[in-house]
Design a protein around this ligand. Structure first.
Ligand code: ADP
Ligand code: ASP
Ligand code: MG
Length: 417
């Protein structure tokens, strides 16, 4: 059972989560719960670091950020003990979550779960701090990137051979669009790994991308559901197991993109490799890449790509030393977003891209860059047009469910928890 930040935001909610975990235990299950930091704690910790430094050391950032999840787990263990059950909280490191050395975006390499297993055998409920691990060589505390508690939960579930990895969150499951932006979005009863990977990669933050990759690679069953009621949510499963294959499953978006354009790139083998090697060396993930060679530019190419806005400073610093040889000019645009449509049925239906571009044109939304996969079409657009574009696409592809499903009302009277 994994509970996100909103679900443990205050004392009342911690107690409710404790109750819910205990109920599961009393139904006869062994339970490991992975918790996130409370409410906006992670954002606040980042802001605290930025108050003391413009460029905080990544190792120390991880020491700082990992504390949020420890607080949630210890508090929840205390609450569970008060309910007459025995609980033990563990840091990621104590739980045996071993990662690579890349601070603030570490990858899980292994989960050495003996300590969790022993605690379960001793009839404990085990609480594991999400979002963190310990690096294999330097033995430093690491964190797994924003939203990383989902991945902690899936990795622990895989290591223990759990029946299911339940991701409890503040919406009732995975929807056909972010319900905060499209209130009439439909809750999807099931979604395939392939579609969920594309959705997570294109901004559906309800599950961290790596958690979905990890679940697919290790055969973990994910059930994403509301922490505020008992309704079934969304199960993520193999494509062969899904019943339907709609043309379009969801519209996703991000508002956290930045675009970098390099002009005067030599039109010769190796030019792109030099640029993207430098970015990889700085641990910057590049999303969309477009290269062209304007007829007027006399044998010089132009490369544009997008990165997360948070990575822009590091990307710029990595590229500046190459100025003059790998490119002549670098311009950046910070206020970019991206809107995507995802659907396995797209594979066999022509005309979807044309419809997407038509809808955006009708709304007067200018498309900056386009990329596609067999089951996804993404358009980079101005950040302030994203909301409008998501709503227009959701309605043009008729993704709304029958009846309006709105965002969950936390702890509505009369609801089971
Ligand atoms: P948690 O703290 O539980 O991990 P997150 O904030 O990380 O929760 O993820 C849940 C949020 O994801 C929802 O509140 C919702 O606004 C957002 N979200 C974005 N896209 C989707 C989608 N397609 N379906 C459901 N939720 C989505
Ligand atoms: N607390 C971390 C974050 O806010 C990890 C998580 O919630 O999954 O990103
Ligand atoms: Mg999350």
């Amino acid at each position: 059972m994994k509970f996100g930040g909103t679900s443990v935001a205050d004392a009342e909610r911690i107690k409710r989560v404790a109750r819910r975990i205990v109920d599961k235990r009393e139904q006869g299950h062994q339970v490991v719960a992975v918790l996130s930091a409370r409410g906006k704690t992670t954002d606040e910790l980042i802001a605290m670091a930025e108050e003391v430094s413009a460029d905080p050391d990544p190792r120390e950032m991880d020491m700082l950020l990992s504390s949020g999840e420890r607080i949630s787990c210890a508090l929840c263990a205390i609450a569970i003990n008060d309910l007459g059950h025995r609980a033990i909280s563990l840091t990621g490191s104590q739980a045996g979550i071993v990662t690579d050395e890349s601070h603030t975006k570490a990858l899980i390499l292994d989960v050495r779960a003996d300590r969790i297993r022993t605690a379960l055998e001793e009839d404990h409920i085990v609480l594991v701090a999400g979002f963190q691990g310990v690096s294999e060589n330097a033995r430093n505390v690491t964190t797994l990137g924003r939203g990383g508690s989902d991945t902690s939960a899936v990795a622990v579930a895989a290591a223990l051979g759990a029946e299911v990895c339940e991701i409890y969150t503040d919406v009732a499951g995975v929807y056909s669009a972010d319900p905060r932006i499209v209130p009439e979005a439909r809750k999807l009863p099931a979604v395939s790994f392939e579609e969920m990977l594309e959705m997570a990669a294109s901004g559906a933050g309800v599950l961290q991308l790596r958690s979905v990759e990890y679940a697919r690679n290790h055969g973990v069953r994910i059930h994403c559901r509301s922490s505020f009621d008992d309704e079934p949510g969304t199960v993520v499963l193999a494509e062969a197991e899904t019943m339907e294959q709609p043309l379009i499953t969801a519209v996703t978006h991000t508002t956290a993109e930045a675009r970098v354009t390099l002009t005067g790139v030599p039109d010769a083998p190796g030019a792109a490799a030099r640029i993207f090697d430098a970015l990889a060396g700085a641990n910057v993930n590049v999303d969309m890449i477009v290269q062209n060679e304007p007829v007027s530019a006399g044998g010089q190419a132009e490369i544009s790509f997008t990165v997360l806005r948070d990575d822009l400073r590091v990307a710029r610093a990595a590229l500046e030393p190459l100025s003059g040889e790998a490119f002549t000019d670098m311009t950046t645009h910070e206020d970019m977003g991206k809107v995507s449509i995802v659907g396995a049925g797209m594979r066999s239906h022509p005309g979807v891209a044309a419809k997407v571009f038509g809808v955006l044109a009708q709304e007067g939304v200018n498309i900056d860059m386009i990329s596609t996969s067999p089951i996804k079409i993404s358009c980079v657009i101005a950040r302030d047009r994203v909301e409008l574009a998501v709503q227009a696409l959701h309605s043009a592809f008729e993704l709304a469910g029958e009846g309006t499903v709105s965002e969950e009302e936390p702890f509505k009277a009369g609801r089971a928890s």
